[in-house]
Structures are given as structure tokens and as C-alpha cells.
Design a protein around this ligand. Structure first.
Ligand SMILES: [Zn+2]
Ligand SMILES: [Zn+2]
Length: 192
């Protein structure tokens, strides 16, 4: 694993700025990897699947350190609005969920009262103990075969729109194979 300083440098570049979220996310992911005994997430990239629970600054740092990308299917998003991530070790079946403690923000703010809020938080997140910042829980995650990186399965075609569907995301309603959009889960409406 790289050092905190090295990861912060990389995280700042990838994310576009260094912020408190980057520091917290780097720390969160480093803790998760350390718990799983994964020392080199780049060399062992096929070993790890990461579930993130928020789409905010912190997530960019978590995925950078864990080396988990959406396009590699090693990153899963659960839109729960929580600063937390679960790291699943496919080799051992072990999984650990690391969540930022609700008190961590306040603790960080109080640590360097002389500094401006964001700067103080950045500095505090870099030095506070893991157990001040995070709650850790060993969990079990059943990653379905079709959710794993490298899954190969038959493609379906939606009976309504004709678009192809991968990874068993089709649904069958009254004997018709449909994509989720045509089955009623659509997030968009035609605009004309
Ligand atoms: Zn940011
Ligand atoms: Zn469809």
C-alpha cells in the first residue's frame, strides 16, 4: 500500500482538488484494505469488490485507493447517502464495512479551531485515529455470479424496445422478457 501522503497526492489529481472528503475517503479505504490484508490493491485487483453508499467527494478517494472501477465491475453503488463502503475479498469471502462515525466531523472541526473549517477538517482527518473516525463491522456479502467481474452469460433482448440486456438484468412479466425500463422502472421520459 502507498502512504497516506502518496494517496492524497493521487486523489487530489484524480478528483480535481484536495478536500476533506479526499482525506476521509483515503483513510477509510486504507483501513478497509488493511483489515482484509490486501497490501497491493493494484497487483491484487481481481480480489476486491467495493460497495460505496454515497456519490460524493469521499467516493472518488475510496475507489482510487481500492483500485475499484465501475467499468471493471469491481465498484457497486448503493445510493443510501451514507459515508460508508464495504470491501469484499473475493479470495477469502471476508468482507468489512467501514462507516464514518457521525461524530467524526465535529471532532475534526474542534481539533484545529484556529484554522478555517475545510482546512481544519482536512488536517484533522489525516491524523485522527481510525477508531475516532470510523466504525468497522465484519459482514457477509453475497455477490451474485452475474455481478462479479468477468461474468459471461447469455444476452437477452427486450421484447418491447429491442435493446440488448446483459448480466441477467432482464425481467419476465407475463411471459415477456423486458428491460427494466420497459418494465416500468424508467428514470427518463421521452421529451418529444
Ligand atoms: Zn472534493
Ligand atoms: Zn425495453
Amino acid at each position: 500500500m502507498k502512504s497516506l501522503a502518496e494517496y492524497l497526492e493521487l486523489a487530489g489529481q484524480a478528483h480535481g482538488h484536495l478536500c476533506a472528503g479526499q482525506v476521509l475517503g483515503v483513510r477509510l479505504a486504507m483501513l478497509g484494505l488493511r483489515e482484509l490484508g490486501i497490501d497491493d490493491p493494484i497487483a491484487e485487483r481481481k480480489r476486491l469488490v467495493t460497495y460505496v453508499e454515497i456519490d460524493r467527494c469521499v467516493t472518488d478517494a475510496v475507489t482510487l485507493v481500492a483500485n475499484c472501477r465501475l467499468g471493471k465491475r469491481a465498484l457497486k453503488f448503493r445510493d443510501w447517502g451514507k459515508v460508508a463502503a464495504t470491501f469484499v475479498d473475493l479470495k477469502t469471502g471476508r468482507a468489512v464495512r467501514i462507516a464514518a462515525k457521525e461524530s467524526s466531523k465535529q471532532t475534526a472541526r474542534e481539533m484545529f479551531p484556529e484554522l478555517e473549517k475545510e482546512a481544519g477538517q482536512q488536517k484533522a482527518y489525516a491524523v485522527l485515529d481510525d477508531d475516532v473516525l470510523f466504525a468497522k463491522q465484519w459482514v457477509k456479502v453475497e455477490v451474485q455470479p452475474e455481478d462479479l467481474p468477468g461474468f459471461k452469460g447469455p444476452r437477452a433482448v427486450c421484447a418491447a424496445c429491442g435493446e440488448g440486456i446483459n448480466f441477467k438484468r432482464e425481467v419476465v412479466i407475463d411471459g415477456r422478457t423486458l428491460c427494466r425500463s420497459c418494465a416500468g422502472e424508467c428514470y427518463y421520459q421521452p421529451s418529444s
